[in-house]
Every structure is written in structure tokens, then in C-alpha cells.
Design a protein around this ligand. Structure first.
Ligand code: SAH
Length: 265
């Protein structure tokens, strides 16, 4: 059973549940111009965590059955420690989620690998990511897809993700602040959609904005426990597969959980 840290309420003054607030748009202009279908490569410096990353891939990811060479290579390459606070660097390659502020968390490495593999990417895809969080999953996806459209509802988190991704010259990820349960209509339909936050039901926009043959990977269930689903859009509807049990933070938005009311002081 995968365990994600639970979101307990929300800080004041963050994104509302209304449609995307374009005034808070965070976009990397370099992301606009990619011309070929070869995924952009990120620029990584040598670091002291290479062995920890290799161990993580071997013992947490390969041993649990993830076998895609491309996914394993991305997990070996992306420096996960850079997506958490410096005080947590030494824990960055451990087998659990870590806090990233605003009561949110960076997903467990295995869960990132499993979800990425389930999308079945070949390099040419336009992928919608709901809940960009630290940007770690976005960086992994950026190595496997043509372009990643990431939506994050909390401004401070999106800004941090953008900074980290820019530091890695990750140019094919665009981050937008808004409610990802509405998808990203202007950029759809997508070849693949991934949500790193759990919803009580499949947001209808996700199915609408998926191309025929497209895959949606999303945790669905209650606040306490969910099933990771892969939903494939077919000519006649959708086909759902259960990939396993999991626990993620809540997808908060119009087609997810309601935003918790603030307790008046
Ligand atoms: N893959 C990310 C996981 C982040 S946790 C990582 O590894 O860092 C899930 C994120 O979803 C949180 O940052 C949360 O703020 C965000 N989120 C929750 N509801 C959302 C919504 N409706 N739209 C966009 N982002 C949302």
C-alpha cells in the first residue's frame, strides 16, 4: 500500500476553485518552440546522490516490477533532492513521500515511476499533468514526452516548481496555476493525463480532453484510501484497469473535493 501524506486543510489566500486564473500564469517561453518529437533532455550536474538514486531505482522501483527502460533511465537521471528543501536532501531517495510545504507532498519515487510507466509514453505525446507539486513528476515526464502541460492550484508551489525546472533547463514543461479538475481546454485534447492528487470521481473534463486511445492515470476513492486507475479512452467509451491501492493528497476543485471552509476566528 502506497502512502502519501494527507492534506489537512489549506492555507489562507490561495487559488480559488474558480476557473484558471491566467493572471497567475507561470510559463516558460522556451517551452513553446520545440520542433521535433524527441523529448528535450534536462541538464544535470554530477552530484553526490548518484548511488542513492541507483539504489532507489533498483530496490524500490525495479524490484516492484517497473521495467520500462525509458522510465528507469528518467528516474536515474532526475535529481529528486532538488525538488525538496535542503534539510530533506538526505531523505530524497528514500521510499516515501516528503513534505513540500503548503501541506502538500512530493510523491513516493515508486509511485512516480509506476504512474509514468502506466501512461505508455513513446516521446511524441502531449501530456496534461494535474497537481504539478514540486515539479518532480513533471521533470520525469519531460524526458519521456514531447510536451508537458502541468496545472497546480497553489501559486507558491507552482513558482517553486518552475524555479527548480528552470534550474535543470527543463524546457518542455509549461506550468499554469488553476483548477486542474477542469483540464486545460485550450491545449487539449491530450495523449495522456496524469493526476498526482486523488479524486472521489473521475473528473469529466479529463475524459473529454483525452484523445481516442489516450490514457488517464488517476487515484480514485475516499480521502483515506484510493485505487490507482488507468482509464483508456476507446471508440465506444472507456476501459478502466486497477493498478493497485494508494493514498494521495486531495484533488481540490470543481470536479474533485470541495475546498475546505476556513474556520472563522
Ligand atoms: N507529483 C507531484 C505531487 C504533488 S502532490 C510531486 O511529486 O511533487 C499533489 C498536488 O496537487 C499538490 O501540489 C496540490 O496543490 C495539487 N492540487 C490539488 N488539487 C488540484 C487541482 N484541482 N488542480 C491543480 N492542482 C491541484
Amino acid at each position: 500500500m502506497h502512502s502519501e501524506r494527507k492534506a489537512r486543510g489549506l492555507p489562507r489566500g490561495q487559488a480559488s476553485e474558480s476557473d484558471t486564473d491566467t493572471s497567475l500564469h507561470v510559463e516558460d517561453s522556451r517551452g513553446k518552440a520545440a520542433g521535433s518529437f524527441k523529448p528535450a533532455s534536462i541538464k544535470v550536474k554530477k552530484d553526490i546522490y548518484e548511488r542513492a538514486r541507483a539504489r532507489m531505482v533498483e530496490t524500490q522501483i525495479m524490484e516492484r516490477g517497473v521495467s520500462s527502460k525509458e522510465v528507469l533511465n528518467a528516474m536515474l537521471t532526475v535529481p529528486r533532492h532538488l525538488f525538496v528543501a535542503e534539510a530533506l536532501y538526505s531523505q530524497a531517495y528514500n521510499d516515501y513521500p516528503l513534505p513540500i510545504g503548503e501541506k502538500q507532498s512530493i510523491s513516493q519515487p515508486y509511485m512516480v515511476a509506476l504512474m509514468t510507466e502506466a501512461l505508455g509514453l513513446s516521446g511524441s505525446e502531449r501530456v496534461l499533468e494535474i497537481g504539478a507539486g514540486s515539479g518532480y513528476q513533471s521533470a520525469v515526464l519531460s524526458m519521456l514526452a514531447y510536451k508537458v502541460y502541468a496545472v497546480e492550484r497553489i501559486h507558491a508551489i507552482a513558482a517553486m516548481a518552475r524555479k527548480t525546472l528552470d534550474g535543470l533547463h527543463c524546457s518542455n514543461v509549461i506550468i499554469r496555476i488553476g483548477d486542474g479538475t477542469l483540464g486545460w481546454r485550450e491545449e487539449g485534447p491530450f495523449d495522456a493525463i496524469i493526476s498526482a492528487a486523488a479524486s472521489p470521481q473521475v473528473p469529466s473534463a479529463c475524459i473529454e480532453q483525452l484523445k481516442p486511445g489516450g490514457r488517464l492515470v488517476i487515484p480514485i476513492g475516499t480521502e483515506e484510501s484510493q485505487e490507482l486507475l488507468r482509464i483508456t479512452k476507446t471508440a465506444n467509451g472507456t476501459v478502466s484497469e486497477v493498478l493497485g491501492g494508494c493514498r494521495f493528497v486531495k484533488l481540490i476543485g470543481r470536479h474533485g473535493w470541495q475546498q475546505p471552509r476556513e474556520i472563522p476566528r
